[in-house]
Design a protein around this ligand. Structure first.
Ligand code: SF4
Length: 941
């Protein structure tokens, strides 16, 4: 027989180079097969790194499509200087020397006179500890990354409540959890780890519950789906809290030992009312049932009582637990009272609460692992409550998102499932409470660095970033009375405020990896106009715009100067413990990227460009004593920069090459990372694996590794003291007072215990706009990046607006129909599609599929530009005017998180446009890189 000879194991490359994926935020390990072709290294194939702690060899479709990202026709080729008008996309290529000269000519004078004239904001930057350090050295208070318009409510809600949050800050105990409940999670972030985790827990019989208006992604594989009405997650969660309290299914011992539930709250009317009582050293007081008196919470033999009460001078101070039980046992939180509003029948809420209670208490687990707590008590075992939760942007991108995220943490803590076996576990460098983070700094001195880190956690009015006259110190108005606890800044307000000169005018806007002229802004058409707007004298309202991107995005067209970044396979990066590392609950871990292939264009990694520009400007830390450039490039910085003596960006192979965490810089460090597959892992000892905030073994290990300089145990804070401090100011107490127009809002929203309110009420609309409209980031792409990727475009070339069955039928839609969608702010005309697994009053679409003509090297008739669209045109960065002349941001009033998902719309069926194109038409930009070829393929031989 003549059998064909098939080579089942072709050699795909000459060499495997191991680095870190950047096709989304998960940072999986990848093996890049490289072939030398005509004297040049070329990427032949990408697969998962089987040893890597994040993905264990698993690679998603995006990850393998990295080869097309790396070879995309949309890659920028050299620095660009604008020669046309902003928005036109007309540039000339220039040298790096000329680019630095131009940038320095704008930046040098403002640094010497007023550094706050620079606003430096980064997007999906994975080097924030570096970019913020640069901005600090420059001296501007105006720095933040994209957290403010992404998920700051999730991060801040978690850190203020329990010293850590979901996503990269923690994970379920996948091996032991039996019930996993996801709130508002899209699958584009934390993709591989959650997919793998769900697979593992389903393998041992665990159940997955999805709470999400849209049954896509993880919700599609959930055993049970709750199609909650957007913005009501907090109400649903507090109803679950109500049910559990009523049934007595809460972990009393956990609450008494490890949380502030037994802490006494000051009941004296006046400036301290509602604050936790503390001793002279600032330690919270609990009621000790052993000695029948208030005592410090961390005293060795204290026995905290949840129901304690202290009679003092005619007032009774009661515990946090008393206050929360009193609050959430009221009928307003009963399932029957919230069913209609949340869209979830009362019986299903009761059933979910019962399932949580059954698994947490009837199926509790006990690990035979001895451990010692912060009071010095030895525990023979570890008790597990095998219910875990995960949440992300879906619940946080509402104006009530911070309190909703806190409500979810309250639920977790009440059942004792945080940092216990089977529950939610922190990943190093967490746990780390808000009090262990820096406070925000904003003191500007011409010609000198800022007085400290820009971002951080405020603990009361004294920490706000206000100028002496009380006006905002930052261009985005973060850390002001309008949004006091805006821990990640407010990137969505920067362009709007800079354009309005409110609170002041700026000179230069420096953006990195944030497509702010398109899908990363609310009010896209308005933002494009603001970026291109001119004063009567013909000069631009925002005088200078510098942008760094690897690709010819929409925002490139609005820049005066473009610094071309590399692709992720051509650069050095550190995924650092100083920043957003790749740790697991069982281990600390960090990683690098390195140039597995050299750029074939005149491009530089943005961080290296900042190092060179910083040296040219003479910024402290970037030059040596003789004024010469201190770091050759970003790789040099990664190895030799020390944030504290012995602690640098990378933890592995420090000192003589044998030290982990602490140690002097080691010139061979990057070689050791590369030899180890691009990452380093430091395992947490067995006795330190759980109860980390209170576990002496963990605290000691964290100090040894350099995560902290001394042990710092703490208790979870269900009662958020900073919130109460702002309320007290709004009630008239203290020297620093809010403006009168904000007093009522601060009092209403900044409750020290989680609350719920209708986040859409502030948008008005006279009852005309009743349907919630959501965007979801495509699982197959990472924000905009993917639009130029030939493989990924085949998955999402266009995006219809999905309607649930009742709206589909009520409007008489059929396949290939179109709709006009209106909001108080604008209208779009778009194709529609039917999706039954959707909340009955919600429509949605994918974000970042629609493209502007000329961008991303796409052809003018590409489906992305013809039928693709953005919902962003309907969302405004400001709330509708209130006739008070003020600009109210469309944000969470506590943290300033962009309230993307509070959008309400009206829908009507319209005839398909004659030209078959979605509206609005945003015009065309010229492409500095031309158009991609019709047929994008090549062979690496
Ligand atoms: S999950 Fe993200 S980081 Fe991991 S392979 Fe996929 S795209 Fe890359």
């Amino acid at each position: 027989m003549n059998q064909p000879k098939v080579n089942l194991h072709p050699k795909v490359g000459d060499e495997v180079r191991k680095t870190t994926c950047y096709m989304c935020a998960c940072r999986c390990g990848i093996d890049v097969h490289v072939k030398t072709d005509g004297g040049r290294d070329r990427v032949a194939y990408i697969e998962g790194n089987r040893d890597h702690p994040v993905n264990r060899g698993v690679l998603c479709a995006k990850g393998s499509a990295g080869i097309m990202q790396h070879n995309a026709p949309a890659r920028l080729r050299a620095p660009l200087k604008r020669v046309g008008e902003r928005g036109e996309g007309k540039f000339e290529e220039i040298s790096w020397d000329e680019a630095y000269e131009i940038a320095a000519s704008w930046l040098r004078p403002i640094r010497e006179t007023d550094p706050s004239k620079l606003a430096f904001f980064t997007g999906r930057d994975q080097s924030q500890s570096f970019t913020s350090w640069w901005a600090q050295a420059f001296g501007t208070p105006n720095y933040a990354a994209h957290g403010g318009f992404c998920s700051v409510n999730m991060a801040a809600g978690g850190i203020y409540t329990m010293g850590g949050a979901f996503w990269e800050f923690g994970q379920p105990d996948w091996e032991r959890t039996k019930l996993f409940i996801l709130f508002g999670v899209a699958e584009d972030h934390d993709s591989n780890p959650i997919k793998m985790g769900i697979g593992r827990m389903k393998g041992h019989g665990g159940r997955v519950v999805g709470v999400n208006p849209v049954r896509s992604g993880y919700n599609a594989v959930a055993d049970d789906w709750f199609g909650v009405t957007p913005g009501t997650d907090g109400l649903l969660i507090l109803s679950l809290v109500h049910c559990l309290l009523k049934a007595g299914k809460i972990d009393l011992d956990y609450l008494a030992q490890f949380t502030d539930a037994p802490v006494l709250i000051d009941a004296r009317p006046g400036p301290t009312e509602g604050l936790p009582l503390k001793d002279d050293d600032g330690h919270a007081l609990v009621w000790c049932r052993k000695e029948n008196r208030p005592r410090c919470y961390d005293a060795e033999d204290v026995e905290p009582a949840l129901n304690g009460a202290w009679e003092q001078d005619g007032v009774t101070h009661r515990t946090v637990f008393h206050h929360l039980a009193h609050k959430y046992l009221t009928p307003e939180y009963a399932p029957e009272a919230v069913a209609e509003r949340t869209g979830i029948p009362a019986g299903r809420i009761h059933a979910l609460a019962a399932a949580i209670a059954r698994v947490a208490f009837d199926e509790a687990i006990e690990l035979q692992q001895e451990w010692t707590d912060f009071r010095g008590r030895v525990h023979k075992t570890m008790t597990g409550r095998p219910v875990s939760f995960h949440a992300m942007r879906g619940i946080s991108a509402h104006a009530n998102g911070f309190q909703t995220c806190r409500a979810l943490h309250l639920l977790q803590i009440l059942i004792g499932s945080v940092e216990t076996p089977g529950g939610f576990r922190f990943k190093p460098p967490y746990p780390k409470p808000a009090t262990a983070h820096p406070k925000p700094h904003c003191k500007v001195t011409p010609g000198a660095p800022l007085d400290g880190p820009h971002l951080g956690f405020v603990h009361g009015p004294d920490d706000l970033c206000l100028r002496e006259d009380g006006s905002p110190a930052r261009i985005d108005k973060a850390f002001t009375w309008e949004n006091p606890m805006s821990a990640h800044g407010m990137m969505h307000m920067v362009i709007s405020n800079a354009h309005a000169g409110d609170p002041y005018e700026i000179d230069t806007l420096l953006l990195y990896m944030a497509n702010m002229a398109w899908n990363s802004s609310m009010n896209t058409s308005g933002t494009m106009k603001m970026l291109a707007d001119k004063k009567p004298d013909g000069s631009y309202v925002i005088p200078h715009i510098i942008y760094s991107d690897a690709y010819s995005s929409e925002t490139v067209a609005f820049a005066d100067l473009v610094l071309p970044d590399t692709t992720y396979l051509e650069r050095h990066d550190c995924i650092s413990l100083l920043d957003r590392p790749i740790c697991e609950a069982e281990a600390a871990a960090d990683a690098i990227r390195w140039p597995v292939v050299e750029p074939d264009r005149d491009v530089k990694g943005f961080q290296t460009a900042l190092i060179e520009l910083g040296a040219k400007l003479g910024l402290p830390g970037f030059v040596t004593e003789d004024g010469s450039q201190k770091f050759a490039d970003y790789a040099d910085y990664m190895v030799n920069h020390e944030r504290r003596p012995g602690v640098g960006p990378l933890m592995g192979w420090r000192g003589n090459g044998e030290e982990t965490g602490r140690g002097a810089p080691n010139p061979a460090q990057l070689d050791r990372y590369i030899a180890n597959g691009g990452y380093c892992v430091a395992h947490i000892p067995d006795a330190a694996q759980f109860y980390k905030p209170w576990n002496r073994a963990y605290q000691d290990w964290a100090v040894e590794l350099g995560l902290y300089d001394k042990a710092a145990p703490y208790i979870f804070t269900l009662w958020c003291e900073p919130l109460r401090r702002f309320q007290l100011a709004a009630e008239g107490h203290g020297d620093r007072q809010p403006p009168d127009h904000l007093r009522a809002r601060i009092k209403a929203t900044m409750d020290p215990l989680p609350i719920w309110w209708d986040p859409t009420a502030a948008h008005g609309g006279d009852g005309k706009y009743t349907i919630t409209a959501l965007t979801q980031r495509p699982a197959a792409m990472y924000h905009s990046w993917g639009s130029q990727n030939a493989w990924l475009r085949q998955i999402h070339g266009r995006n219809p607006l999905y309607l649930p069955t009742n709206l589909w039928e009520a409007h008489g839609f059929t396949d290939d129909d179109w709709a006009r969608v209106t909001s108080p702010h604008g209208e779009i005309v778009v194709p529609v599609a039917h999706m039954p697994a959707l909340n009955a009053n919600t429509v949605w679409t994918w974000n970042a599929i629609g493209k502007r003509k000329g961008a991303w090297a796409l052809r003018d008739d590409a489906p992305e530009t013809e039928k693709g669209f953005l919902l962003n045109h309907l969302i405004h960065e400001l709330l509708p005017p209130k006739a008070d002349g003020m600009r109210w941001s469309n944000s969470d009033p506590i943290t300033g998180q962009a309230a993307w998902f509070d959008l309400k719309v009206a829908i009507e069926k319209v005839a398909p446009p004659a030209d078959g194109r979605a509206r609005p038409d945003t015009g065309r930009q010229a492409s500095p890189v031309g158009e991609g070829p019709d047929d994008l393929r090549w062979e690496v031989t």
